[in-house]
Design a protein around this ligand. Structure first.
Ligand code: FES
Length: 154
């Protein structure tokens, strides 16, 4: 093996090994991934979020949600939205299924837009463009008299 102070047979100094820097690059990448995984693991243990099945239902008055309106809520510790159309009410997570950014409701487009990687979803939460792999999570909605209840009512 040649050191940096040795010269090649042609008398030139050898170039630094690309393999060594690739190895360092891969090691740094693996260390970064390990640190990110460890951080996520510790955060999930210190601040556990309820799943949609465990979440406490969110209730509000039907009068707060006129036909054609939307209402922002927090459900299962994450942002969500409730939409009321002439045919019904649905509740959707605002957490993008690609990498977890918060999507925005865009009434003019009648759909959702994710600013992180230009993901798009229709009014039902189904993917219409960009990298998201699956639809937005949908939560059960019950209307009981004047009460709208998002989540499992048991
Ligand atoms: S996080 Fe939404 S498109 Fe990437």
């Amino acid at each position: 093996m040649m050191t940096d102070t040795e010269k090649t047979p042609s008398g030139q100094k050898p170039k630094p090994s690309v393999f060594t820097s690739r190895r360092q690059f891969i090691a740094l990448g693996l260390a970064t991934l390990g640190a990110a995984w460890a951080g996520t693991f510790v955060q999930s243990k210190l601040f556990p979020q309820p799943t949609a099945q465990e979440a406490k239902p969110v209730e509000f008055s039907l009068s707060e949600l006129p036909v054609g309106g939307v209402k922002a809520i927090t459900y299962a510790g994450a942002p969500a939205i409730v939409l009321r159309t002439p045919v019904g009410i649905r509740a959707l997570s605002l957490v993008c299924t690609h990498m977890g950014c918060v999507v925005q409701w865009q009434a003019a487009d009648n759909g959702f837009y994710c600013p992180c990687h230009s993901g798009r979803f229709d009014q039902f939460g189904d993917v219409t463009g960009g990298p998201p792999p699956v639809s937005l999570e949908q939560f059960p909605v019950t209307v009981d008299g004047d009460r709208v209840i998002v989540g499992e009512t048991a």
